[in-house]
Design a protein around this ligand. Structure first.
Ligand SMILES: Cc1cc2nc3c(=O)[nH]c(=O)nc-3n(C[C@H](O)[C@H](O)[C@H](O)COP(=O)(O)O)c2cc1C
Length: 172
């Protein structure tokens, strides 16, 4: 779903989407368990929240948003994503970012593969959760990594993997 009606995604829907992507669903003897599987529970993913209000980082442990800036970067992000309108017009973009270094110690050469697979799990949960909430979404993988890093203020250690664009579906 790439055409969005006007109107922001509510705070409670955003909380539910983030929980589905990376939230804490329980715990065991090794610590907290997340809603998406992670190789060796190395948890290399970060989710950045991009809206008209700015950028924030999801903190799974506290189920909190850490505000990172109050500039609307969706136009810059759309340019980074080969000028795709769905990125420009979505009221909410959830950027899935991988920090491969967290997984390298345990898995060496396979770390990059594992982190990419995990991004698929997180994005799929977002798509399913969005649909269950009556929202529409599209996963975007076509973008220039460095431009996305620049738009979101990411370090070179962070690899942008997916931009999940979410909003209320426009009437057909
Ligand atoms: C890895 C990957 C990258 C994608 N990148 C984009 C993209 O950059 N822009 C876009 O509009 N859709 C993108 N999509 C979405 C697909 O084009 C397609 O719309 C989606 O898989 C659902 O299609 P369907 O419901 O018509 O089968 C991507 C999908 C995947 C799996």
């Amino acid at each position: 779903m790439r055409r969005f009606a006007p109107g922001a995604v509510s705070r409670s829907d955003l909380a539910q989407l983030l929980w589905a992507m990376q939230g804490i669903s329980g715990s065991d003897t090794h610590g907290p368990v997340r809603t998406t599987p992670s190789a060796g529970r190395t948890s290399p993913l970060e989710v950045y929240v991009v809206t008209a209000e700015g950028i924030a980082l999801y903190g799974p442990a506290e189920h909190r948003l850490q505000p990172l800036g109050d500039t609307d970067v969706r136009a810059a992000l759309a340019e980074a994503a080969l000028d795709q309108d769905c990125v420009r017009n979505a009221p909410l973009v959830l950027a899935v970012v991988g920090v491969v270094a967290r997984t390298v110690d345990a898995y060496g050469d396979r770390a990059e593969r594992y982190v990419t697979l995990e991004a698929g799990h997180a994005a799929q949960n977002a798509l399913l959760q969005a649909t269950a909430l009556g929202l529409g979404a599209v996963p975007v993988g076509s973008f220039d990594d460095d431009q996305v890093r620049h738009s979101l203020g990411l370090s070179s250690q962070a690899t942008p993997l997916y931009l999940v664009c979410i909003g209320h579906p426009a009437p057909r």
